[in-house]
Write a protein that binds this ligand. Structure first.
Ligand code: C2O
Ligand code: CU
Ligand code: CU
Length: 499
């Protein structure tokens, strides 16, 4: 790929788009060429000059509220049953100025909290005017129930799904829509939930927990969720409000040692969370796919959209500090502001008895396979007809519902090489099995991860490669994609069939 040339073309494109702005009609045509949306009167495509609500109008500094937990409707042991009714719901983030979100069960960020080995039964009812699916991000379940875009639940329809979790599988996961063309929109309108799987023998179960679900919110002057602009489609949407559990800059109380489960549920904003050494002792204890082999002392951690981590924190003194996302440069295109540190919350510390961590948390096998079976390459190509002005491609192609990009065997060990052949960070997410990163390669330099962890989403810097190892024991069609949701929705996604 001629990268230098691409860069030049992109800057040219941006100047062009500023002066003329991609027209409403162009964007609409682009979309209707895929599918007929005529029945969706609410699907107005974005203009690029919406006025946003001032940040000052959003209340902040309130105590962090726990996420709402979905109750179990089943009385059978080992079974968790719930409805997931999907509908527009008004929420008052600003007193007397309700914002219409799209929610599951009329709750903002509900949690499903189950034990390992549980059979999960969900009745999904779609009351939107668009098709939707529910994808269970990180769970090793059959593609038949994993919300593939090939199986939309039409407006007004209900679908019952059921899956059983493995007995030796626990950790911090989530669920969100995954329909063709509408994933980005349905997530930014509020559809997401947390999914916690508990191990009865969790070595950390004595430690009090808090959940911190990060999500992004962009509100217009009318206090409604704003549409995506061209820059949002291009770089991924970043609203003016970075929320935690749907609260703006809340106050988190850290009394003694706590375990924080953290989700980056943002559409696109990367979060390099900082845990200042002079304030707290911080250990990462889990990643996307559950516990690490050993606790890792950290002072910061980068979580890209879709990634999770569990951190055990112990306050070093009585007092208060600002939980901050440190500026992270991810190579955004166009005329965008320089990255800055972003305040997220105030943490009020109260030291108590410290709970110390075991040296070992879990056994993780060594990543094996030494020969690459498949290569996945991300690229960007100019396309003035795209809402982003750019096409985001995998192996030179846009996602196609009907195309199988690779076929692999169920139960067979895979080593894939993921190559970000572009000048902007992209992430790589694989549905279904967790994987291990064997090594990264950047500018000819190979680095091995310094500790073992199971991942389903990783970041790739510009021109970086990662070699990952996994086995998928299921059969069917899996998606893999960049988890910047605008890129995923515009087609930076491939499909692998497991036979
Ligand atoms: Cu969390 Cu295919 O996504
Ligand atoms: Cu996923
Ligand atoms: Cu991307």
């Amino acid at each position: 790929m001629p990268n230098q040339k691409l860069l030049k073309n992109l800057s040219y494109l941006f100047i062009f788009s500023l002066s003329s702005s991609i027209s409403f009609a162009q964007q609409h045509n682009h979309h209707t060429s895929h599918q007929d949306h005529s029945q969706h009167a609410d699907m107005v495509m974005p203009s690029s000059n919406e006025e946003l609500l001032s940040k000052e109008l959003m209340p902040k500094g309130q105590p962090l509220q726990p996420l709402p937990v979905l109750a179990n409707k089943s009385k059978q042991p080992g079974v968790f049953q719930t409805d997931l009714m999907i509908m527009p719901t008004k929420v008052e983030l600003i007193p007397n100025k309700p914002t219409t979100f799209w929610l599951y069960e009329q709750k903002v960020l509900p949690v499903i909290d189950v034990m390992a080995g549980t059979t999960v039964k969900v009745a999904i009812q779609n009351h939107l005017s668009q098709g939707t699916t529910v994808h269970w991000h990180g769970l090793p379940i059959s593609p038949q129930v994993d919300g593939n875009p090939q199986h939309p639940i039409k407006p007004g329809d209900t679908r019952n799904i059921e899956f059983t979790l493995p007995k030796d599988f626990s950790g911090t996961y989530w669920f969100h829509p995954h329909p063709h063309e509408y994933t980005a929109e349905q997530v930014y309108r509020g559809l997401a939930g947390a999914f916690i799987v508990r191990d009865p023998n969790d070595p950390l179960k004595a430690i009090p927990e808090q959940n911190l679900f990060f999500s992004d919110l962009k509100l217009d002057k009318e206090v409604q969720i704003a549409n995506n602009t061209m820059l949002d489609w291009m770089n991924g949407r970043e609203g003016q409000f970075q929320l935690i559990n749907a609260q703006y800059q809340p106050v988190i109380s850290l009394e003694g040692t706590q375990r924080w489960r953290i989700w980056n549920g943002n559409s696109a904003r990367y979060l390099k969370l900082s845990f200042p050494e002079d304030q707290v002792e911080a250990y990462q204890v889990a990643s996307d796919g559950g516990l690490l082999e050993k606790p890792q002392a950290i002072t910061s951690i980068l979580l890209t959209p879709g990634e999770r981590a569990e951190i055990v924190l112990t306050p070093k003194k009585q007092g208060e500090f600002t939980l901050t996302a440190l500026a992270y440069e991810r190579g955004k295109m166009g005329n965008v502001a320089k990255e800055q540190d972003l305040p997220l919350a105030q943490v009020k510390m109260q030291p108590k008895d410290k709970i110390s961590l075991p040296e070992k948390l879990k056994d993780i096998p060594n990543a094996a396979k030494a020969a690459v079976t498949y290569k996945v390459e991300f690229t960007e190509v100019n396309n003035p007809n795209s809402p982003a002005g750019v096409d985001f491609l995998v192996n030179g192609k846009k996602h196609d519902l009907k195309r199988v990009d690779f076929t692999i065997k169920s139960g067979e060990e895979q080593e894939w090489e993921i190559f970000n052949n572009s000048h902007m960070d992209h992430s790589f997410h694989l549905h279904g099995p967790q994987f291990q990163v064997k090594e990264y390669e950047l500018a000819g330099k190979v680095t091995k991860p310094s500790f073992k962890e199971l991942k389903d989403t990783i970041n790739l810097k510009p021109y970086e490669k990662a070699r990952i190892v996994f086995v998928d024991y299921d059969k069917g069609l899996r998606m893999y994609h960049c988890h910047i949701l605008e890129h995923e929705t515009l087609g930076m996604m491939g499909q692998v069939e497991i036979k």
